[in-house]
Write a protein that binds this ligand. Structure first.
Ligand code: NAD
Ligand code: GLY
Length: 360
């Protein structure tokens, strides 16, 4: 097991990464001997009892809640069902809420933890690659609104992240590839040696070699932890973690939540950002093709859906980085170095979207 720390003073917490951790009740230090585990209809049959049974044997009262599976359920209605369950089962402010699943379960459970009785302790047990490398770390929690992704949410840091890499063995290939989009992101925005390592190790990652997967997860989490520690509330550097997200969220909302996986939308969004960076002369054509090649090798899309450019622009106006009505985008100043910029003229933004869209 490797343990990293998100160093946030008295809210610091560990990220444990390793095999078979889900059954290690002793790692879950609870404030009171009651916990509520939130999972979904896909993950619960696979892992809920493996997490709950050791806790019960250790004397913890465990409440179980199983949500419907899917991005389209990351909404008010499902959130409210968590509150119903917590109240009906007499959970208290000091009960620990545990999210067991991918980023959808993690985001909605984290938001429930932020709101219930004005905030309760919260643990992330991520079971997708995307959640282990990104969404479980850093305290961003949210639900979607029909007009925009992750529009309603709160910052609420977990007390612990427990990433059991064995859980990735049951993850469908498409979901594994979607997770790689966020892994590649760290290389592109701030870690060129990691990008080169990914280029050299992609096949091993796709074939789920445990040591290579664990290294990718740890290097990703180290990058994420460093950024979160420097800028927890996204007043600056943290925005760079959103490479491709302004375009990607427009895709997810535009085609309907769940049609495109988040990671797939982020891959295309990152290509749009790279295309725009190349149009501005910040990266050259060879570098653009190098980025494209890596996403292609990861089995990720590099062209967006048949969504009109105007529709992109309309949806992108809801982005959280819009300031005084002005769009700010994360672009690549060079490979391994991203910047938040409003330098791109609207015509160039349109051109980049058009160049990376199927039939726009
Ligand atoms: P997801 O949570 O929908 O999980 C993907 C699918 O895999 C689901 O069907 C799920 O039930 C299934 N699954 C999960 N673990 C499994 C396992 N071990 N074996 C078999 N099936 C399993 O999707 P995701 O990609 O994990 O997360 C995407 C979400 O994360 C999006 O809503 C996105 O907005 C959010 N996100 C949040 C942050 C953040 O900082 N909070 C960062 C990135 C993404
Ligand atoms: N995934 C973006 C962030 O955590 O800031």
């Amino acid at each position: 097991m490797e343990t990293l720390t998100v160093a946030l003073g008295d809210r610091s917490y560990p990220i444990h990464v390793g095999r078979g951790l889900i059954e290690s009740a002793e790692l879950l230090v609870l404030r009171q001997p009651k916990a509520a585990i939130v999972s979904n209809t896909t993950v619960a049959p696979l892992y809920l009892q493996r997490l709950a049974d050791p806790l019960r044997r250790a004397g913890v009262e465990v409440v179980e809640m199983v949500l419907p599976d899917g991005e389209r359920f990351k909404d008010w209605r499902t959130l409210n069902s968590i509150f119903d369950g917590l109240l009906e089962r007499r959970c208290e402010r000091s009960t620990t809420l545990i999210a067991l699943g991918g980023g959808v379960v993690g985001d909605i459970t984290g938001f429930a933890a932020a709101c219930f009785q004005r905030g309760m302790p919260f643990i992330q047990v991520p079971t997708t690659l995307l959640a282990q490398v990104d969404s479980s770390v850093g305290g961003k929690t949210a639900i979607n609104h029909p007009l925009g992704k992750n529009m309603i949410g709160a910052f609420h840091q977990p007390q612990l992240v427990l990433a059991d890499t064995d859980t990735l063995n049951t993850l469908p290939d498409r979901e594994l590839r979607a997770g790689l989009a966020e892994v590649i992101k760290y290389g592109l925005i701030r870690d060129l040696p990691f990008l080169e390592w990914l280029e050299a190790n992609l096949e091993s990652l796709l074939s789920r070699e445990p040591t290579v997967l664990a290294e990718a997860i740890c290097r990703s989490c180290r990058n994420k932890a460093e950024v979160v520690v420097a800028d927890e509330r996204e007043t600056g550097e943290r925005a760079l973690l959103n490479l491709g997200h302004t375009f990607g969220h427009a895709i997810e909302t535009g085609v309907g939540y769940g049609e495109w996986l988040h990671g797939e939308a982020i891959a295309v969004g990152s290509m749009m950002a790279a295309e725009l960076s190349s149009q501005l002369g910040w990266i050259d054509r060879d570098e653009l093709l190098r980025v494209e090649q890596l996403f292609r090798r990861a089995g990720l899309p590099v062209y967006g859906p048949a969504l009109k450019v105007e529709r992109y622009l309309e949806l992108m106006q809801h982005d959280k980085k819009v300031q005084d009505g002005k769009l700010r985008l994360v672009l690549l100043q060079q490979l391994g170095k991203a910047v938040l910029s409003d330098a791109a003229p609207p015509a160039e933004i349109r051109r980049a979207i058009g160049a990376r869209s199927a039939h726009a």
